[in-house]
Design a protein around this ligand. Structure first.
Ligand code: ARG
Length: 458
């Protein structure tokens, strides 16, 4: 017999039962569902809505149900559709018909909204912790590479030399925005929808503030129609998740490129790579590749969620059952990626020498030659043009700026003197960019200090 079976004259069609059930995935919310029910029954007792002994039996029963779900003994059944009705059924099996009093003044509509908020509250905290671990591993690499110079790129063309520490810290600040966004979303997640009933509130004299306090919510959803219809907090989570996935994917792309023989800038630890079934020499960066690949599913969940909601009238509609799989999958996908990223970055081998060779063999010191001429009085536009001609000359003669002799330099401009060779050295170039946020060691050390202080507050 269904919990709502009274009005029906026939059993549910088997295909309908399969199609409408959500227990296969919302069972992941079991502990939150029971946590919410325990607070609800405590309130029913405190408000004198159900007798004390009944409330106590229900609480005890719920604890037993929680344990039996936890250890896998409880049989969760499709016949009971979702986690809410499965828990209620298990409770009634455990303590008898008195279990039927649990749902007093409550609907699955406000109950499911509560479960989602409780789940996301924990998830957001967990993701912030995992992000912070990734940031900490990036800071460690930064610390170890305060003198590692590599080409910085724009358009994937070598642009100007930068410190590897600087590059690592760019991701630290990027992930910080992600952590801040998650923190900010917490205040919108952390409102209690329970007490909204199915849509209109309830005739019982419940105390919503009591439940809010019991479950550590910062407040209650003020309007019952909004409380059961609102999934903005899920959209917001998926949007935050999409940005995290995008950031992880950008970094993954760099790790994949840097691991190639063409770049040869890093080597990921063996423990974080896999091989080929056919080509014995292969060591593939599967982890960053998959992280990059899984970005699509996170974006997909965001788009799916927005589309699912866009045509829904108030209040609850069954369409909204589709809110869960994407949220759960996005959270799991990010947990998996972030948990791997921290140790993978920490153990990654940075090929300092190879990075340095790359900087030596390019024209990324051209801006500094132009700045050199400009500092000696040549208008920058003229310096730019002059250096362009020097670069072209070098390309035609298969050498680099620092390979020219002073005489050769002076055929382009007699402003160039012996000190040019120091001015073109990659380390001089890096350390000249002392502006706040720049790539000079001093500026990078300041960034690192700020980043480390920031992580303490995450
Ligand atoms: N399993 C449902 C969901 O996830 C719970 C709410 C069902 N409410 C209803 N009136 N059918 O959305």
């Amino acid at each position: 017999m269904k919990l709502w079976g009274g009005r029906f004259t026939k059993p549910t069609n088997q295909l309908v039962e399969e199609y409408t059930a959500s227990i296969q995935f919302d069972k992941k919310l079991a502990q939150y569902d029971i946590q919410g029910s325990l607070a609800h029954v405590k309130m029913l007792k405190a408000c004198g809505i159900i007798p004390v002994q009944d409330a106590d039996r229900i609480s005890d029963g719920l604890q037993k149900v929680a344990a039996s779900i936890e250890n896998g003994e409880a049989a969760l059944q499709q016949e009971y559709e979702d986690i809410h009705m499965n828990v209620e059924k298990l409770l009634i099996n455990e303590i008898g018909t008195v279990g039927g009093k649990l749902h007093t003044g409550r609907s699955r509509n406000d109950q499911v909204a509560l479960d989602m908020r409780l789940y996301l509250r924990d998830t957001v905290a967990d993701l912030i912790r995992l992000l912070t671990e990734v940031q900490a591993s990036l800071c460690k690499q930064a610390e170890a590479n305060l003198d590692t110079v590599l080409p910085g790129y724009t358009h994937l063309q070598r642009a100007q030399p930068v410190l590897f520490a600087h590059h690592m810290l760019a991701y630290v600040f990027m992930f910080q925005r992600d952590a801040e966004r998650l923190k900010d979303s917490f205040k919108r997640i952390n409102k209690l929808p329970l007490g909204a009933g199915a849509l209109a509130g309830t005739t019982f004299s419940i105390d919503r503030e009591y439940v809010a306090k019991e479950l550590h919510f910062d407040g209650i959803c003020e309007n019952s129609l909004d409380a059961v219809s609102d999934r903005d907090f899920v959209v917001e989570f998926l949007s935050d998740a999409s940005l995290i996935a995008m950031h992880l994917s950008r970094m993954s792309e760099e790790l994949v490129q840097w691991s190639s023989a063409e770049f040869n800038f890093i080597e990921l630890d063996d423990a974080f790579c896999t091989g080929s079934s056919m080509m014995p020499q292969k060591k593939n960066p599967d982890v960053p590749e998959l992280v990059r690949g899984k970005t699509g599913r996170v974006y997909g969940h965001l788009h799916g969620m927005l589309t699912m909601l866009k045509g829904l009238p108030l209040a609850y509609n069954k369409d909204m059952q589709e809110d869960k799989e994407g949220m759960l999958d996005a959270a799991e996908t990010l947990r998996g990626a972030l948990a791997l990223f921290a140790p993978m970055i920490e153990t990654m081998h940075v090929k300092k020498e190879s990075m340095y060779q790359a900087v030596r063999a390019d024209y990324s010191n051209a801006t500094d030659l132009a700045d050199y001429l400009t500092a000696k009085g040549m208008p920058f536009r003229h310096s730019h043009e002059t250096v362009g001609r020097i670069v072209l000359h070098c390309i035609n003669h298969h050498n680099y700026l620092q390979d020219l002799t002073l005489d050769e330099f002076q055929t382009f401009s007699d402003l160039i003197e012996e000190d040019i060779f120091d001015a073109l050295d990659p380390e001089t170039i890096v350390n000249a960019r002392r502006s706040t946020g720049g790539t000079a060691r001093q500026s990078v050390e300041e960034q690192l200090t700020k980043a480390e202080a920031m992580l303490k507050d995450n």
